[in-house]
Write a protein that binds this ligand. Structure first.
Ligand SMILES: [Zn+2]
Length: 232
């Protein structure tokens, strides 16, 4: 069978097609690479924001002075990090629906508010006859010194019974269900040597739903969870 002669025009046309194909393939490669790159950045951002929910505040690692949290109002008078405001409202709603009367006693506190609380208690103890250093040490057993309270993160909330402000049915319900909303009882009994804090029955901390679920299921503290999953 006779083959058509390859004219210069046909040759040019073939070359043009090849160049077009290569350009298309290169464009596709650039698009795929860009998508992978963007997905990685997004993944990194998500992981970084998850990690910021797990911040541990202590004397050696204080909360940065009044940083740039975005706060939302809850229960009219209190402010909390907007990342957990809806979850907190839902938790309180469901706790009430279960027949309890939860009341927020404290949520976000600025560093100056924390300082006022701590200084007021220290002054009371000095008035009771303690010397200043002893008064500060005793005060620190009840109120965190400024910089050392996770209330300054906007991720902690104290919740007790409405009437007597003491732990009760509300606590039992929260102990069983808080994790479903991303909250954990932050300073549980029997874990004082790990958390470095005395048992606080009404102090709940938002860590996100994934972390809260694992912390609840494994019956561990935030310190243990961070060490286990983030290695520090
Ligand atoms: Zn608290």
């Amino acid at each position: 069978m006779a083959r058509a002669a390859v004219t210069p025009e046909l040759e040019k046309e073939r070359r043009r097609k090849w160049i077009l194909l290569i350009v298309m393939l290169l464009s596709l490669a650039v698009m795929i690479t860009s998508l992978i790159f963007l997905a990685r950045i997004r993944g990194w951002r998500v992981r970084r924001s998850e990690k910021s929910l797990l911040t541990i505040v202590s004397a050696s690692s204080p909360a940065s002075a009044d940083s740039d949290q975005t706060l939302s109002f809850v229960d009219d008078d209190f402010m909390i990090d907007e990342r957990c405001a809806a979850q907190l409202e839902q938790m309180l709603h469901d706790c009430r629906a279960a027949g309890h009367k939860p009341k927020i006693l404290s949520a976000y506190r600025s560093e100056s508010e924390q300082r006022e609380l701590f200084n007021a208690l220290t002054e009371d103890l000095v008035a009771d006859g303690h010397d200043f250093d002893t008064a500060r040490e005793l005060a620190a057993l009840q109120v965190d010194p400024p910089g050392e309270s996770e209330h300054q993160l906007g991720l902690a909330v104290d919740i007790a019974e409405e009437e007597d402000h003491k732990p009760g049915g509300t606590q039992l319900w929260l102990d069983a269900h808080a994790w479903e909303y991303g909250f954990i009882l932050r300073y549980p009994a029997g874990k004082e040597n790990i958390t470095g804090k005395n048992f606080v029955p009404d102090h709940y901390r938002y860590v996100g739903t994934d972390a809260a679920k694992q912390i609840h299921e494994l019956d561990i503290t935030l310190e243990e969870y961070v060490a286990m999953f983030y290695g520090n």
